[in-house]
Design a protein around this ligand. Structure first.
Ligand code: GSH
Length: 215
């Protein structure tokens, strides 16, 4: 059995979908979390991990001590293939990729808005674009897909796409604590889908026990 080690900061961030994949598959892994203080202080432990990471960034997945993978979505796809959560054929896999990339577009805006941009006018522009256009496009498409209460986003079983959509909800709730209800409220099918995925074995336990972090 493969030995997996996932290294990231003490946050959900760009590692959480991979953690959800492990949880859904019921696979054991080492969930290594670098304290943010170590990053700020340029602690030697963090610097040596940074040196080992293919692009000097996290998340990073190591398998059996002889395989290292970086880039959150490459890691997610690798795990989804390993755990049979990447669609049953090329068409489903292409659609999984489509939804993951659509969610990533939104994450990029959320990260820009919350962590990177400091100019207030620029922040407002990003927020308006997110609320009036980009987020609605993605949510509208997912809402239509989810009209069948028992269905998954792609195909007839859980895939990486479902977990990405579930994780998007936490991001939106965190970045827009005052506005997320207004944004997500109209999407009843997505809410039902998120609840259904969140209650699946493995996922429900993980959501309950995962470390409580701001992001
Ligand atoms: N495209 C990469 C982005 C990775 C990334 O930006 N990682 C950040 C944390 S989310 C990082 O390692 N920052 C620390 C650094 O760059 O020193 C991915 O999706 O994995």
């Amino acid at each position: 059995m493969s030995k997996y080690r996932l290294t990231y900061f003490d946050a959900r961030g760009r590692a959480e979908v991979s953690r959800l994949l492990f949880a859904a598959a019921g696979k054991a892994y080492e969930d290594i979390r670098i304290p943010v203080s170590e990053v700020r202080n340029k602690h030697q432990d963090w610097l040596s991990i940074k040196e080992r990471a293919p692009f000097g960034q996290l998340p990073m997945l190591e398998v059996d001590d002889d395989f290292i993978l970086a880039q959150s979505h490459a890691i997610e796809r690798f795990l989804a293939r390993e755990f049979d959560m990447y669609g049953k054929d090329e068409f489903e896999r292409a659609e999984v990729d489509m939804f993951v990339q659509a969610v990533d577009d939104l994450l990029t805006s959320l990260i820009e808005y919350h962590f990177l941009v400091t100019d207030l006018a620029e922040k407002e522009t990003i927020k308006q674009k997110f609320f009036r256009y980009s987020c609605l496009n993605v949510l509208d498409a997912c809402e239509v897909r989810m009209s069948d209460p028992t269905s998954f986003l792609v195909g007839e079983s859980l895939t990486l796409a479902d977990l990405s959509l579930l994780d998007l909800r936490s991001w939106i709730q965190n970045v827009f604590p005052d506005d997320h209800v207004m944004l997500l409220g109209p999407y009843a099918n997505i809410y039902r889908h998120n609840q259904m995925v969140a209650s699946l074995p493995g996922i429900a336990e993980w959501l309950e026990k995962r470390p409580k972090t701001a992001f």
